[in-house]
Write a protein that binds this ligand. Structure first.
Ligand SMILES: Cc1cc2nc3c(=O)[nH]c(=O)nc-3n(C[C@H](O)[C@H](O)[C@H](O)COP(=O)(O)OP(=O)(O)OC[C@H]3O[C@@H](n4cnc5c(N)ncnc54)[C@H](O)[C@@H]3O)c2cc1C
Length: 261
């Protein structure tokens, strides 16, 4: 099986700082990590390779320092890594990001499965997986918590739902996003760390992936960030105590008092 994993480098902080003038993330001085959900994607790709053979390639679009995330993926056992990096990619929204990723994947060649995390912990949109699948014109299944079976050009998997799960069947190649319930990511091995240390990550620019200038970076982004702000702190809070019945009674009384019920 040839598997491609989408890996995003994100700031290792819950308190993301914003540049008020450009409305972009301030990444300087903030340590970076692999998006946690992508660790599950890497682990699942490695498990599938162990079972079915083949190759796992990690791909990221980002600044040159995103190569570090790819090296970490290689240390975990990924065979190959591709960095899509070009100043022309800067300012990309999810649509332009997905366009670049799809173009990079096409250049890599034939594949059976693309695995991404369910969402990135900084951008948080969960749009890149489905958009990339659409641009590659392949089926997309979100929130995979278990891959039950892969046979030929068919895959059966469990998709996590609010209550329970669905069993879904898809043809391959397909793109799936995974949730943390799917596995327990492994630690990098010593052999993997050595390989990563000596690795020169393959880097492709916009021209290398035949990208249309009008569809990448700020120019290719149909959405623009107008304003970013932290949510205002909520007003008065009241902690309720007592039994559930007493607490429900208090809530009902308060809502009635405000003529809300
Ligand atoms: C309206 C808008 C404007 C933006 N403008 C800017 C801007 O001007 N400058 C800027 O720096 N950022 C900007 N961003 C952020 C940037 O577009 C997103 O960080 C990026 O497109 C990924 O989206 P996300 O973080 O929501 O990922 P999600 O869609 O939540 O990620 C889901 C999964 O997709 C994969 N994935 C996501 N991004 C990548 C990637 N880059 N490489 C490989 N795999 C990936 C990962 O597997 C991840 O788990 C903007 C975002 C929006 C919504």
């Amino acid at each position: 099986m040839n598997i491609i994993v989408l890996v995003k480098q994100v700031p290792d902080t819950a308190e993301v700082k914003i540049n008020r003038e450009t409305n972009t993330l301030i990444r300087d001085g903030v340590p970076s990590i692999i998006n946690p959900f992508d660790m599950y994607a890497i682990e699942e790709a490695l498990r599938l390779r162990e079972k079915h053979g083949g190759k796992v390639t990690a791909v990221t679009m980002g600044p040159p320092q995103a190569a570090e995330a790819l090296k970490q993926a290689v240390a975990m056992g990924v065979d190959d890594a591709v960095l899509l990096s070009d100043r022309a990619f800067a300012g990309a929204d999810t649509w332009a990001t997905s366009y670049a990723l799809a173009a990079g994947i096409r250049k890599i060649g034939t594949f059976d499965l693309v695995i991404a995390g369910k969402q990135a912990i900084d951008g948080d949109t969960a749009q890149v997986g489905p958009e990339t699948a659409d641009m590659l014109d392949i089926p997309f299944v979100a929130y995979i918590r278990k891959i039950e079976q892969v046979e030929g050009k068919k895959m059966v998997a469990e998709r996590l739902m609010d209550e329970g799960y669905d069993v879904v069947e898809t043809t391959l190649p397909a793109l799936i996003t995974v949730v943390k319930e799917i596995n327990e990511p492994r630690l990098p091995s010593l052999k993997g760390k050595m390989k990563a240390k000596n690795l020169t990550v393959t880097a492709w620019n916009a021209k290398d992936i035949n990208a249309d200038d009008a569809r990448i970076g700020l120019k290719g982004s149909p959405t623009q960030v107008v304003r970013i702000f932290p949510p205002a702190p909520r007003g008065n809070r009241e902690m309720l105590s007592g039994s559930i019945d007493e607490q429900v009674g208090t809530v009902a009384k308060n809502l009635k008092g405000q003529s809300l019920i």
